[in-house]
Write a protein that binds this ligand. Structure first.
Ligand SMILES: [Cu+2]
Length: 496
């Protein structure tokens, strides 16, 4: 088996996960530090410690970051759908923290978003939470603190870890699983960025394009610069730069199920393995109706893709990002066939448009909504102390910690369509807390059957997602790009 994670704890969980699809719960608990506070008679199933630690991403290249349990990524947490779990979260840092269970339909009290009212884990304090994991599939956990101008905070830190919730009936048509967490480090600010744009189908809406372009021209004409963007000096998969971690060791004929998480604060990532294709079986942990083969994965911030690769092209390969610069700075991992030696090879794949519609059944139609919410997303260049300010229907979410008004009102049991229009040239990975949504229109086409919790909305594009209001309580909606969510791109839903 491959030793992708060199740190104690994660190595043990991976050793367990590599061979078997279903794990004995007690062994995992034992693998983690299950300490107990005075007054709590039962020990927790899992213990997470938020702590600053040095993390070696390449020999001699050691970065200080806030972590879970002193490692990056945080330990793989395996849960069982419907089986309650208790987690102790210790915060050894000087700032109150929020730990968000991304993609799970949990109550507000444990979701991990102060905007919804989840209590903070106090600095040098602790919270014990109990919840029932659902739905099954690949989820993750991460901090939900605002970073603002602090590039050591929020998801710029090392506070990201994978979660896998076992279902009662696992598909199981694979030989082993490998979890990959993609993440950049050493962030810096710049003016303007180079976000990839051309990997989505080019289905711009003319009126949105005109609106966005004229706003940009007007603001540049007043002498206002473009807002800050973030770039990175180092790039990692499972916390190691390309060439500096253990390779993924495979045998010809093996079917490897990759669970890939984009743990970036701000970036969209791509991933290709020369000579191989990915059969995508789940998006954001949810099985897709049509598990199609694709040559490249494109993964927005906080998105997950689960894909099976049949190892049928022996050699030593770089599984890496298509961006040459990012790959050379670490965004890749070596895949080494048994008995093969030599320098890992990279071959650039043919250009390809990533399209969620590849994974639907043709002609699929969704249920009609009870109500539709319209949302328009607008960028205001450098309007917030040099940062772009973002608005949803003209309102920026308050940045000062005051209680925000709820913008959208749900009634339990009803089905809502969120019609999103992006009047900016940026791609937005749009996220809804505590619910999954169904993509019902994207790239100009109506569809059904893809359930996600993050969807990439292309520059000057429109998309529609449906959500069934089945988990009462305040619910945060936001762009998952840290710079966008921190500077206005959030809204609150409530249940009335
Ligand atoms: Cu955004």
């Amino acid at each position: 088996m491959s030793t992708l994670f060199t740190r104690r704890g994660f190595l043990e969980t991976l050793a367990l996960s590599a061979g078997a699809a279903v794990l004995p719960h007690q062994r995992l608990s034992a693998a983690m530090d299950a300490s107990t506070s005075p007054g709590e008679s039962q020990s927790a199933d899992y213990t997470l410690r938020i702590q600053v630690a040095p993390v070696e991403i390449a020999p001699g290249r050691i970065i200080s970051m806030t972590t879970y349990n002193g490692q990056f990524p945080g330990p793989l947490i395996r849960l069982r759908e419907g089986q309650p779990v208790t987690v102790d979260i210790f915060n050894d840092t000087d700032v109150p923290e929020q730990l968000h269970w991304h993609g799970q339909a949990v109550p507000v009290d444990v979701d991990g978003a102060s905007e919804e009212g989840t209590p903070f884990i106090p600095a040098h304090g602790k919270r014990r939470i109990t919840f029932t994991p659902r739905p099954a599939g690949f989820r993750f956990y991460h901090t939900h603190n605002r970073a603002g101008a602090n590039l050591a905070a929020g998801q710029y830190s090392g506070e990201v870890g994978p979660v896998y919730i076992e279902s009662k009936n696992e598909p199981g048509n694979y030989d082993r699983e490998v979890f990959l967490v993609l993440k950049e480090f050493e962030p810096t600010f710049s003016r303007g960025g180079d976000m990839p744009q051309d990997f989505l189908p080019p289905v711009e809406v003319q009126s949105l394009h005109e609106e966005g372009e004229s706003a940009m021209k007007a603001s540049l004409a007043t002498g206002a610069p473009k807002g800050y963007e973030v770039g990175y000096r180092s790039f990692t998969i499972n916390g190691r730069m390309l060439g500096h971690g253990e390779p993924i060791r495979v045998k010809p004929g093996e079917r490897v199920l990759f669970h890939v998480l984009n743990g970036s604060a701000t970036e969209i990532r791509s991933l290709a393995l020369p000579g191989h294709t990915f059969r995508v079986i789940a998006l954001d942990g949810n099985p897709v109706p049509n598990p199609a083969r694709v040559p490249v994965l494109w993964i927005g911030t906080a998105e997950r893709v689960s894909a099976i690769v049949e190892m049928n092209h022996p050699g030593v390969w770089i599984m890496g990002d298509l961006d040459d610069d990012d790959r050379r700075h670490g965004m890749g991992i070596v895949v080494e066939y048994a008995g093969q030696k030599g320098k890992a090879e990279w071959v650039k794949p043919a250009s390809y448009h990533w399209n969620y519609l590849h994974f639907v059944e043709p002609g699929a139609a969704s249920a009609p909504p009870d109500e539709t919410f319209d949302m328009l997303f607008v960028k205001h260049n450098a309007a917030e102390e040099g940062f772009n300010r973002w608005t949803i229907n003209g309102a920026a979410y308050p940045m000062t910690g005051e209680i925000a008004p709820t913008s959208f009102h749900l009634k339990q049991g009803k089905r809502y369509r969120i019609r999103m229009r992006n009047a900016s040239d940026d791609i937005h990975p749009i996220h809804l807390h505590r619910h999954s949504f169904e993509i019902t229109k994207i790239f100009g086409k109506t569809t059904a059957g893809i359930f996600k919790d993050v969807v990439m909305l292309g520059g000057y594009q429109e998309a529609e997602v449906d959500v069934v209001a089945d988990n009462p309580g305040l619910t945060l909606f936001h762009c998952h790009q840290q710079l966008h969510m921190d500077f206005g791109f959030m809204a609150l839903f409530d249940y009335v």
